[in-house]
Structures are given as structure tokens and as C-alpha cells.
Design a protein around this ligand. Structure first.
Ligand SMILES: Nc1ncnc2c1ncn2[C@@H]1O[C@H](COP(=O)(O)OP(=O)(O)OP(=O)(O)O)[C@@H](O)[C@H]1O
Ligand SMILES: [Mg+2]
Length: 472
């Protein structure tokens, strides 16, 4: 069955050229000249791809996209832009569109993009019909900031493809939620979604957990066990905290990615697996690669579709909506009476920097609801968060805590009269001094052991210890 392409452009000759090119390539086409005609056409026919001139006579291109998507949420929209279109308009349109073409339109590019767009539509249609009718494309992920709009678009694209996805973002930004949404919107939705936290397992166990083992593979292996990859067969596996994966296991994972088969520990047989892989990390993998703790070839294999989640402090406009979502969620979950939120609270929550991101906000709301006995959430229910500008978040997340501490300190430094140019030395000392002190305590003062643990040269360590007056 051929796909139906709607060409919405007010330029008569361009409209005809595009139609002729597409028809020759086997598509059916429809043509419209302005916003009203286009909307009418979208309402009446089920088009697959829409080529949409962003300035279409009477219509505002952006509003038009929104209206079109209300009537037809599966069609892929390709924006046509001309010289002189402002960048902001293009950017905004791109967030809702499948792709874009710039005039003058190159024939090969046109056919290539339309064919990919049509394939995406066909996929989305299959996914849609196989899920419940009231299925919400974005699940319960909220936030209308442009950074999040881009994330939603990427989730949609990742869902229709079957490629490996790498989700990046600070702790608490929603990486696992993204992985779930991709799975739920993919053709694998009715098959398993298996989560593996690569950071939570001792390295001796992770290999057998991932790939399984045969009976007698090691002392305690009394019976054979299937690994997570085989459990996830035909579904999706979510490899969380991928940077923590021991380097020996990385090699094995790379093989699975290349060969699509696993070899349980202690065995010689391999088993084919059909699994979509989604990996996530809050670490900078480039740094881990430079330190040789992460394989570069594995990184490239994982980084096919990267999705970066912005920290909450960079999209504060999303905070009110998140506050509202979490309040409603917990009121229902704990069966609390309806509760209001003072505007003062929302304002204050928006000024805070949320080093623990959405998870911290979620926990703060939970705590506030427990503290609150009246019908209104007030600033005092959010103590101590709204007391101090940037407190430490949950213990255990060193990155987040260090970030918060540094931020507070740097702000203080800039505001103070302290001489400029001392920040780096000062921060370095703040971190290095206790680090060396604690490690030395652990090694009972043995400097050679300490330098081994730290991974720094013994002479360097000695110089620093003298500099920080930790030894004489
Ligand atoms: N945009 C969002 N809309 C609604 N809920 C969100 C959003 N982002 C995150 N959450 C919620 O915040 C919490 C933290 O998200 P998630 O566990 O996915 O983060 P993470 O990046 O995996 O964090 P960590 O690195 O700490 O594991 C979850 O309860 C999740 O449902
Ligand atoms: Mg997580």
C-alpha cells in the first residue's frame, strides 16, 4: 500500500514539482494552498506524511502544526523553510516535526526524508493500535520547557526505531522514566522490560547476572541460571549506571551488542537474544574513557541514539507542573484530603536549585504533605530546603553533593572581598587535604599503600603531604 503525502505550500509551482517527484517515486499525493485548506484535508483524510511550508499564506506555521497534530497524531510532519525564516520559528517547529527541508529543495533529500518519515508513521501506527486507546504518548512525564520538548521528540523517535539508546543526565533527572517510556511506546511493549543496576552488584556477580551461568560454573552454581539478557528476550533491557560496569564485563557486553547472542558463564554454547538495549549513566563517559575505565568501542556501540536529560535548574519553568503532578499523585496514593499549594511555595520552590533534580523535588513534596496538617502547603512544610539556599541532598550521591557545595562556595567567593585568582587553589586544597588524610588513616600512615590506592605517584603524594602539613 502506498503512503499518502500531503503537500501544503502556497507556492503553486513548487507544489506541483514536489507532487510530480513524489508520485514518480510511488507515493499518492494531496495538495493544499493555505492553513484552512490544510486543516480541512487533515481532518478528512488520513495522511501519512505532511510537507508543510512554515509560512503558509494565512496561517501561523506553529499553531498550524499543533492543530494538525490534534486531528492526526501519527502523521510525520516535514517542515519546509525558506530563506528569511527566523531561527526561533524553525527551532520551535522542528521540535514538533519529524524533519525539515530548506528551499531550494534537493530532490534526493526530499525522497530520502519522505521515505524515512513514512516508515516512522507506519511504525507508530502499528504501535498505537497495539496499545490501549487512551495511551498517552508521554506517559506521566511532564514539563513543557523546550529542553523537555526535545526529549519527548527523541523518545518518540527512539521508540519507533529499534536502536540502542544511551540516556545521559544527572541523578534524579528521569533517566529510568525515559527508558520505560521508550519501551512502552515501542513494538516490544507487551514483552519484558528488565532493569539491571550495574552499580548495585558486586563485580563478581554481575557477569552471571547479565549472561547467566551453567551448572557448576563456579563453587555456588548448583544449578544453571538464565541471565537478564535471556530474561529480556523479545523485550527491552535497561542497563542503569553503565559506567560502573567492570571493564572485563564490558568486553562481554560489547560482544552481545555485536553478535546478539550470549554465552553463559562456564559454558561453551551461545544463545541468540533479541533485545533492545537502553543504557544510562550520570557520569561523563568521555572522562571514564580517558581514564581507561570505560571501553571506547563499547561507548560508540551504545551511543547510537543519545538522549540527554537537562538538570531541573536549567528548566525551572517545569517546576510548577511537576509540583502539581506530584501533589496530586501523593494525595491519591496516601488518600489525603484535597490540598492547595500557596503561590509563595511555588515561587520559592522555583528559586531553589534542586541539585537532586526531579527526584529531590518529588521527595520534598512527599515530606511536605506528611508535615502538613491543614489544607494548604506552606513554605514551612518544606523546611529545611527553603531555609538554606542550597543544602546537601540525600547522602550517597557524591556528585550531587559536591556540586551543591561548590555552587554555594563559589557564590560566596564571588560576593566576598577575597582576592581574585585563588579559587582553584583553595578548592583543590579543600578536597585534597581531607582526601589524603582519610586515605592515610586507612593505611595506618603507609604512604606507599596510600599512593597505590589514590593512583598517584609517591613523590607527588609526599610533596602534597608536606604542602598541606600532613607530615613534617
Ligand atoms: N519529567 C518528569 N515528569 C514526571 N516525573 C518525573 C520526571 N522526571 C523524573 N520524574 C520522576 O522523578 C523520579 C526520578 O526519576 P528517575 O528514577 O527516572 O531518575 P534517574 O535519572 O534514573 O535518577 P538516578 O540517577 O538517581 O537513578 C521518578 O520518580 C520519576 O518518575
Ligand atoms: Mg535511575
Amino acid at each position: 500500500m502506498s503512503n499518502l503525502v500531503l503537500i501544503a505550500d502556497d507556492d503553486d509551482s513548487l507544489r506541483h514539482i514536489l507532487a510530480a517527484t513524489l508520485e514518480k517515486a510511488g507515493y499518492e499525493t494531496l495538495k493544499t494552498r493555505d492553513g484552512a485548506e490544510t486543516l480541512a484535508c487533515v481532518k478528512e483524510t488520513n495522511v501519512d506524511v505532511i510537507l508543510l511550508d512554515i509560512w503558509l499564506g494565512d496561517a501561523n506555521g506553529l499553531e498550524l502544526i499543533e492543530n494538525i497534530q490534534q486531528y492526526n497524531s501519527t502523521a510525520s510532519i516535514i517542515i519546509i523553510t525558506a530563506h528569511g525564516t527566523t531561527q526561533t520559528a524553525i527551532d520551535a517547529a522542528k521540535q514538533r516535526a519529524y524533519g525539515y527541508l530548506t528551499k531550494p529543495i534537493d530532490q534526493k533529500q526530499l525522497l530520502d526524508l519522505v521515505s524515512r518519515a513514512a516508515a516512522a508513521t507506519n511504525q507508530t501506527k502499528t504501535v498505537k493500535t497495539s496499545t490501549s486507546p487512551d495511551f498517552d504518548r508521554h506517559g506521566k512525564m511532564v514539563g513543557q520547557s523546550s529542553a523537555m520538548q526535545e526529549v519527548y521528540l527523541k523518545i518518540g523517535r527512539a521508540a519507533v526505531s529499534d536502536e540502542t539508546v544511551l540516556v545521559l543526565g544527572e541523578s534524579g533527572t528521569g533517566k529510568e522514566l525515559v527508558a520505560q517510556l521508550i519501551h512502552q511506546n515501542s513494538r516490544r511493549v507487551h514483552n519484558p522490560f528488565v532493569v539491571v543496576d550495574c552499580g548495585a552488584m558486586p563485580s563478581s556477580l554481575i557477569e552471571s547476572a547479565l549472561f547467566g551461568h551453567v551448572k557448576g560454573a563456579y563453587t555456588d552454581a548448583h544449578s544453571a541460571r538464565k541471565g537478564k539478557f535471556q530474561q529480556a528476550d523479545s523485550g527491552t533491557i535497561f542497563l542503569d549506571e553503565i559506567a560502573e560496569l567492570p571493564i572485563e564485563v564490558q568486553m562481554k557486553l560489547l560482544r552481545v551488542l555485536q553478535e546478539r547472542e550470549v554465552e553463559p558463564m562456564g559454558g561453551t554454547e551461545t544463545h541468540a537474544v533479541d533485545v533492545r538495549i537502553i543504557a544510562a549513566t550520570n557520569r561523563r563517559l568521555e572522562a571514564a574513557i580517558a581514564q581507561k575505565s570505560f571501553r571506547e568501542d563499547l561507548y560508540y556501540r551504545l551511543n547510537v541514539i543519545p538522549i540527554s536529560l537537562p538538570p531541573l535548574r536549567e528548566r525551572k519553568e517545569d517546576i510548577p507542573e511537576l509540583v502539581d503532578l506530584f501533589t496530586r499523585q501523593f494525595v491519591e496514593e496516601y488518600q489525603l484530603p484535597e490540598i492547595g499549594i500557596s503561590t509563595e511555595v511555588v515561587k520559592q520552590l522555583t528559586t531553589y536549585d534542586w541539585p537532586g533534580n526531579v527526584r529531590e523535588l518529588e521527595n520534598a513534596i512527599k515530606r511536605a504533605l506528611v508535615m502538613c496538617s491543614g489544607q494548604m502547603l506552606l513554605p514551612e512544610h518544606f523546611d529545611p530546603i527553603l531555609e538554606k539556599p542550597t543544602p546537601l541532598s540525600e547522602p550517597g550521591d557524591l556528585n550531587t553533593q559536591v556540586h551543591a557545595m561548590l555552587q554555594a562556595h563559589i557564590e560566596q567567593y564571588m560576593e566576598s572581598d577575597a582576592p581574585l585568582g585563588e579559587l582553584y587553589a583553595e578548592i583543590r586544597e579543600v578536597f585534597e587535604k581531607p582526601l589524603f588524610k582519610i586515605v592515610l588513616e586507612h593505611t595506618n600512615g603507609n604512604r606507599s599503600k596510600a599512593s597505590d590506592i589514590l593512583g598517584i605517584n609517591r613523590n607527588t603524594l609526599h610533596t602534597k603531604l608536606v604542602e598541606y602539613q600532613l607530615v613534617s
